[in-house]
Design a binder for this molecule. Structure first.
Ligand code: DC
Length: 677
């Protein structure tokens, strides 16, 4: 997961390959609650691991539910039925509506029938999301419900420590036109107290019906058969009781699938790869958002599949504009708004007022962000019309702590203008799809991979600077010096001499160079393995440095490592550390920094570094070593140490690391066009 302040998605050109979807958020949180409320043990497979399921799991544990992970990664939940172990609890539910609403309902009933008391709270945005209609339905039933903040919104207290008789014989009225989660919450909770038939009547037009269908389907899986009279009246039969079905498999998330369906529809096929294939969900999925497939097809996507996977290719191009009532696919419809950017004409998405009460006001957010990219957008009270840009602009996209804003807007990187897209706070995807960006990057190809080169003499601090810059940008990191140190070590291990005289013969130079042909090198941050052995410390000694300096002077070695180094350039980008990064390895990199510092300052830094690693060294020796290496590195014929012509010098003798990092990040913003941020 990227926890950087932003992630830059460079211009993308093709897509292909397979993605395994994370489990459905709606199904995951419903299954967790049902398993907790049921008799018996439930083994849940393919549960989504995300912020929203984490808060639900924590809440259930707080209530005394035993939850164990099996060896295969499934979760074993031992139901507590209507008997939580605790008398009182304060539950924090983040920004998870799928946890807040059903738990509020279930705990209100439990608290009232058993004289208990629970509070439910979340992050600030959760406290702006309505719950009044549900709270009122619970109050009608006779449950004490108190607003602890703004009336009509969480945080809530349910129950007051005393028992209350519930009024179950009258139909319970609940509004259906604000959030279908209110009805879902009642449907999930009421079987706990179904000593008699309980009827729920929906007031107003019921939105998001497919989510209710999921709820009803899952109740049936846990042994409760709801009688349904259209979409207005639901009856839970007397004597209903949750019984665990044993094993439950969670379907892949249909809303998450929408980004990859859109990807297949927008992107030309990646040469040599299979078409975009989405595993974990089929055309007959339970989740209503699977109907996104119809909308995507209407826009021109070529979608095929079976009951386990979908395969998506570009069909009509440009995409076709549509005018669609999206009430049945509220979440996935956000992805249509971004597909509309690639359509001919104006696309209108209607009946999406529920967007306003989601993680953020999605109507306003989407309009604002699409306009930044150059689209003409008409934001109505319950609709959005999108006309694609005539001129695409590079944009910094706000995500409003809304996972779907981040995910769908990343697809703007396929814009024909070749503009990169900056997504702020990319970690917000953790709500439903923690490794969304990693998965996206594994399937797409960029026009070019952005590379930032940091060159400079040994011990100039380029290792520290380049790792920190890479970390700040969420980029990969190439420590090219380590590769030369590794090849020196590999040569030693192979019994080859790396003394200057020995290396003078072309034969032995070729033998040293050949050491990297079949080695197994693994990098994990600053930890490095050579043929399965952790050599992180061994390659940092002064001796290893001198050896690297000698072997790196061989043109044979440099040629052998060239391609290996270029392989490090992967999405979303690379910070390449080492002296010829900007001259030979990545000559067209948009930014090359040449870092310098006085020999004394460098010797002191290296001294500190070695001591901290437990390697003894004296300052005088290090200074002498450095001067010797500088002289050799500058005078040698193969890649002498010199700045690329277009490199920007940075003397950091007097600069702290934070200042150096922010200077380089400022230059990078300028080089990549993100001046304003
Ligand atoms: O940066 P360092 O001290 O880890 O580098 C080890 C040696 O490898 C050093 O003498 C410079 C050489 N080197 C090189 O020739 N080309 C590079 N791209 C990186 C390092």
């Amino acid at each position: 997961m990227y926890s950087t302040p932003f992630i830059d998605v460079p211009p993308l050109v093709t897509a292909g390959g397979t993605i395994q979807l994370p489990g459905s958020k709606s199904i995951s949180n419903r299954v967790l609650l049902l398993a907790a409320l049921a008799n018996g043990q439930t083994t849940i497979h393919d549960l989504l691991e995300s912020d929203d399921t984490r808060v639900m799991l924590e809440a259930l544990k707080t209530l005394g539910c035993a939850i164990e992970r099996t060896q295969t990664g499934a979760l074993e939940v031992t139901g507590i039925g209507a008997n939580p172990v605790v008398e009182k609890a304060d539950l924090f539910l983040g920004n998870a509506g799928t946890a807040m609403r059903p738990l509020a309902a279930a705990l209100a009933l439990i608290a009232s029938t058993q004289g208990r008391e629970f509070t439910l709270s979340g992050i600030a945005r959760m406290h702006e999301r309505p719950i009044k209609d549900l709270a009122e339905a619970l109050m009608q039933l006779g449950c004490p419900v108190d607003y602890l903040g703004q009336p009509g919104f969480p945080p809530l207290r349910v129950g007051d420590g005393h028992t209350h008789t519930l009024r179950l014989s009258e139909p319970i009225h609940v509004r259906g036109d604000v959030s279908s989660q209110f009805l879902t919450a009642l449907l999930l909770a009421l079987p706990l107290v179904a000593h008699e038939d309980i009827t729920i009547e929906v007031v107003g037009e019921l939105i998001s019906k497919p989510y209710i269908a999921i709820t009803i389907g899952m109740l049936a899986q846990f042994g409760v058969r709801v009688r349904q009279d259209g979409w207005t009246k639901f009856t839970i039969p007397a004597g209903s009781r949750y019984q665990s079905p044993g094993d439950v498999h969670v379907e892949g998330d249909a809303s998450s699938a929408s980004y990859f369906i859109a990807l297949g529809a927008i992107a030309p096929a990646r040469p040599g790869a299979t078409p975009v294939t989405i595993r974990g969900i089929g055309l007959n999925a339970l989740q209503g958002d699977i109907r996104f497939v119809d909308a995507a097809r209407a826009m021109g996507a070529d979608v095929s599949g079976n009951d386990r996977e979908l395969v998506v290719k570009r069909g009509a191009w440009p995409l076709k504009a549509i005018d669609l009532d999206c009430n049945h696919i509220p979440d996935a419809a956000m992805t249509l708004a971004v597909m509309a950017m690639y359509a001919e004409g104006t696309t209108t998405l209607r009946n999406i007022a529920s967007w306003r009460v989601k993680e953020t006001d999605r109507l306003a957010a989407m309009a604002t962000e699409l306009r930044k990219l150059g689209a003409a957008v008409d934001e109505g009270p319950d609709y959005l019309s999108v006309t694609p840009p005539t001129v695409w602009r590079q944009a910094t996209i706000e995500t409003y702590d809304d996972h779907r804003m981040a995910m769908c807007l990343s697809l703007a990187a396929f814009n024909p203008a070749g503009q990169s897209v900056r997504i702020l706070d990319p970690k917000c995807v953790a709500k439903t799809f923690p490794d969304y960006f990693e998965q996206l990057f594994s399937m797409v190809e960029a026009q070019t991979i952005p590379v930032l080169c940091i060159d400079g003499p040994t011990a100039s601090g380029k290792g520290t600077l380049s790792t920190q810059v890479a970390k700040a940008l969420g980029y990969h990191w190439l420590d090219s010096g380590a590769l030369y140190r590794l090849i020196g070590l590999a040569a030693e291990r192979a019994g080859l001499s790396t003394e200057t005289e020995a290396l003078a013969s072309p034969d032995s130079a070729a033998r040293v160079a050949a050491c990297c042909a079949d080695w197994d090198v693994q990098f994990d941050g600053e930890q490095i393995w050579l043929n399965g052995e952790d050599v992180s410390l061994e390659i940092r000694t002064s001796e290893a440095g001198l050896r690297a300096s000698r072997v790196s002077a061989l043109p044979e070695v440099r040629a052998a490592l060239l391609e290996a180094q270029r392989q490090f350039a992967k999405l979303p980008g690379l910070v390449a550390d080492g002296r010829d990064m900007g001259t030979t390895v990545f000559p067209s990199a948009p930014l090359k920094v040449f870092l310098t510092a006085s020999a004394e300052a460098r010797a002191q830094r290296r001294h500190k570094q070695l001591i901290s690693m437990g390697i003894s060294a004296t300052l005088d020796n290090l200074l002498a070593d450095l001067r010797e290496r500088d002289a050799r590195d500058q005078s040698r014929t193969a890649s002498p140490m010199q700045a690329a012509k277009d490199a920007v010098p940075l003397d950091n003798t007097e600069l702290g690391i934070e200042d150096s990092v922010s200077t380089v990040l400022g230059w990078w913003n300028r080089a990549t066009g993100f001046n304003a941020s």
